[in-house]
Ligand binder design. Sequence first.
Ligand code: ADP
Ligand code: MG
Length: 584
Amino acid sequence: MKEQKNHYIKRFISYYKPHWKLFLIDMVCAVLICLIDLAFPYATRVILNDLLPNQQYRYFFLLMAVITVCYVLRALCQYFVDYWGHLLGVRMEADIRKELFCHLQKQSFTFFDQTRTGQIMSRLINDLFEIVELAHHGPEDIFISLIMLIGSFTALFVIQWKLALVLLCMVPITVVFIVKKRTNMGQASRKLKEKTGNINSALESSISGIRVAKAFANEDYELEKFLEDNNEYRNSKNGFYKAMGTFHAGVETLACFFGFFVLFVGGLLIMNKDMTVVDMLAANLYVASFLQPVRRLGNFVELFEGGMAGFKRFVELMNVEPDITDKEGAKELKNVKGDVTFSHVTFSYEDAEEGEKEVLSDINLTVSAGKTIGIVGPSGGGKTTLCHLIPRFYEVSEGNITIDGINIKDVTLASLRENVGIVQQDVFLFPGTIRENILYGNVNASEEEMIKAAKEAMLHDFIMSLPQKYDTIVGERGIRLSGGQKQRISIARILLKNPPILILDEATSALDNETEAKIQQSFARLAKGRTTFVIAHRLSTIQDADEIIVIDHEGIKETGTHEELLKTSDIYQRLYYGTERSKL
Ligand code: ADP
Ligand code: MG
C-alpha cells in the first residue's frame, strides 16, 4: 500500500521535470515572499525597541525605504507565483491530458464497449483539474508553511522563549484538528462531486430524451426522477457546508486562543518584568504570520487527497494496455488486390457480467478480389461482428483472417484500416462543415477531388443549393440532414478514401424505399472494382452479389447465389419471402 503510494508520488513528480526551471523560479519567489513576511514583525520590533527610543531617525527612514522596496519585490513575486505558478500547473495539465488522450486513442472497441463516455470525460476534465491544483499549490503550500512555521517560531524563541514554548504546545492540537476536519470536508466534497455528476447525467438524459418523454406524456415521471436526484444533491450540499462550518468555526476559535495566550502569558511575563510591551506586540504579529501557514497546511491536505485520487484514476487508466496493437516488426499493407480469407475464425465478446460470449464459430470464407459478397442472417446473428474483424476492431479468438494471403495481424493497424472502408446504418457526422466531414475520408484530398466525390455520391447539387454550400455547418447547431443525405456524405467520404475493401453494413436500412433505390446506384458505383461485403436487411439489395452467405450464431449455414439459395435454402426462402411480403 505504502509502496504503491510512493510510486504514485514519484510518478507525479516526474511530470515536473520538463518544467523544472519554472518550478524553481516559482519556489524562489514563494520563499522570498515568506522571508519578507517574516522580516516585517522583526523590523517593527527594532523600530520600537531601538530606533525610536534612541532617536536614530536616519536609520528609521532608511528602514522605511527598505521595507517599501521589499514590498514592491513582494508584489512582483506574488504576481509571479499566482500567474506563472498557475501556468506551470496548466502546462503539466496539458502534458497529462495529451498523454491520456493519446492513450485513449490506442484503445480498441472492447475498451469503449466497457467504459462509459461520461467517466472518460470526467477523467479528462475534472480529475485533471484537481491534479493541476495539487501540482501548482502542493509544493508551494508545504514549502511556505514549513518556512513560515519554523521562521516565526525561531523568532518567537528569540523574543521570549517561555511564551514560545506555551504557543508551541498548542501547535499539535491545531494541526490535528485542521487535518482531521479538512479530511472530513474533503470527503463531503467528494460526495458532493459524485452527486453533481449524477444530477448532471440525469439532467442530460432527461433533456436529450425530452421528445420521448413528451410523446408518452411522461413529464411527471421525469420530474419525479429528477426530484430524487435533486434532493440527494441538496442533501450532500448540506453535508458539505456543515463540514465547512465546523472547520471554519474551529480554526477561527483556535486562532483566537493563540492571540489570547499571547496576551495572557505575555501579560504574566510583563508583570514579572520578563518581557517588554514591544516584544508582546512583535509576538502577536508572529502569531498572525504562523497561523496563515497552518491554514495553508489544511488546504494542502484537501488538495492532496483530491489531486492524488484523481491522479490514481489517471494512472489506472494509463495502465490499461491497449489489447489490439501493432505486432513487433509489423509491415505496411500495400498494393492491396483484395482477396480476403477467413479460416476457422471463432470469436467471442468479453462481457463483464456474462463472461465470454461466442458469436462466431469456425467461419471459413474466401472472397476473391473485386467480388461482392452478401451476408444475410437473423438479427444478432453476428453479421456486423464478422465485418468488424476485418479491420481488427476486435481480435479473432481463434483462426486467421488474411488479405492477399497476408495475416492481418502481421501488418500495421494504420495501413490495414486505410485499406478497409465501412459504411454503416447510422452515419456519424462530426460537428463542423460539410467539407470537413467529407474530407474526413482523406484529409489531404484537394478541393477538386472532394467535389468529384460529392458528385459521384450524388450530393453536389444538394450542397450547392445550400446558402453556405460546402461550408454549411452540420450537427446540433447546424442544419439537420435527412438519413439519405447523411448516407451520401458517408459515401463521398469513402469515395475519397478509396479503399480496395469495402463493407456496407445495413447501409440503407434506415432509409425509405425510394431513397434506398436512389442510393443503391451510388453503392453500385462505389462497389465497382472493390472487394465488397454487403450486409443487407432487405434482400432485394444483394440479389446481384457474386455470392451470398447465410449466417447465424452457429456459423455459415448456406452459401450460393441468390437463385441457388432461393431453390435450396429454407432459411433464405424464409428471409426473402418474409421481408418481401412485409414490404407489401
Ligand atoms: P447482427 O449484425 O447480425 O445483427 P451483431 O454482430 O451486431 O449481429 O451481434 C451479434 C451478437 O453479439 C449479438 O448477440 C449481440 O448482442 C452481441 N454483441 C454485439 N456487439 C457486442 C459488443 N460490443 N459487446 C458484447 N456483445 C455484443
Ligand atoms: Mg448488425
